[in-house]
Design a protein. Structure first.
Length: 224
């Protein structure tokens, strides 16, 4: 049997966490050993898993990029997962140092396991959906990519496998992987500013992600 990989998971969809934990236990070498509804609650328990899945759209008013930075400072590798992708927040969490990104509508749990196993081996996987959104980065201050890096990013974003990308543009698969690593480095080292909390909460409300969520900076009346 493969060696078990312990992970943590941060998501305020507790039912979803429970179902994922059960799937992992029955069908993979991954074990979800620590869960929490917020980054603060997760870190308060001094968790040991190095790899953490993080819901992009937490309802506690915290900024996604701040959440990633807090987890990295504590020594964790972060996989971002989200139901509703948004270029702005995907780019900002990449710049904050997130190790991987997956959309809930695009991935199955077996794919997530593959990303976890790659991170556990010390690799830096770039999923097609992550490449797609980075390729849409049209900010004037975006990291400057070489023509080959831009071409690799577009092709991976189109869902083409690394081996095929290499054959198409005449380079080795390992060189494709190196280009992807260089792209990620340029984003994580960019040091670009990120948006204020109000922008994120406005976006969350527009996407109907707030549900019963509230803005913690506002007074919602007397507490019972």
């Amino acid at each position: 049997m493969d060696q078990l990989i312990d992970i943590g998971a941060i998501d305020d969809d507790l039912m979803g966490l429970e179902s994922k934990a059960l799937w992992f236990e029955v069908r993979s070498s991954v074990r979800m050993t620590v869960t929490a509804a917020s980054v603060a609650a997760f870190l308060a328990g001094r968790p040991s898993p190095r790899i953490v899945t993080l819901d992009l759209n937490l309802g506690d008013g915290t900024l996604p990029a701040d959440n990633v930075r807090a987890l990295i400072r504590a020594g964790h590798k972060v996989i971002i997962v989200t139901v509703v992708p948004d270029k702005k927040w995907i780019i900002e969490t990449t710049e904050a140092g997130a190790s991987a990104y997956l959309t809930s509508r695009a991935y199955d749990l077996a794919k997530l396991v593959g990303v976890i196993e790659a991170l556990d081996r010390g690799e830096r996987p770039t999923t097609p959906e992550h490449a797609f959104w980075l390729a849409q980065d049209d900010r004037p201050e975006r990291p400057r990519l070489t023509p080959t890096e831009s071409q690799v990013l577009r092709l991976i974003g189109d869902g083409i496998k690394q081996e095929t990308v290499g054959r198409r543009i005449g380079i080795a698969r390992s060189t494709v992987a190196t280009h992807l690593t260089n792209i990620r480095d340029k984003y994580s080292e960019s040091g670009l500013p990120y948006a204020g909390a109000a922008d994120y909460r406005d976006w969350a409300r527009q996407q109907e992600l707030d549900r019963d969520r509230h803005d913690p900076t506002k007074n919602h009346g007397p507490q019972v």
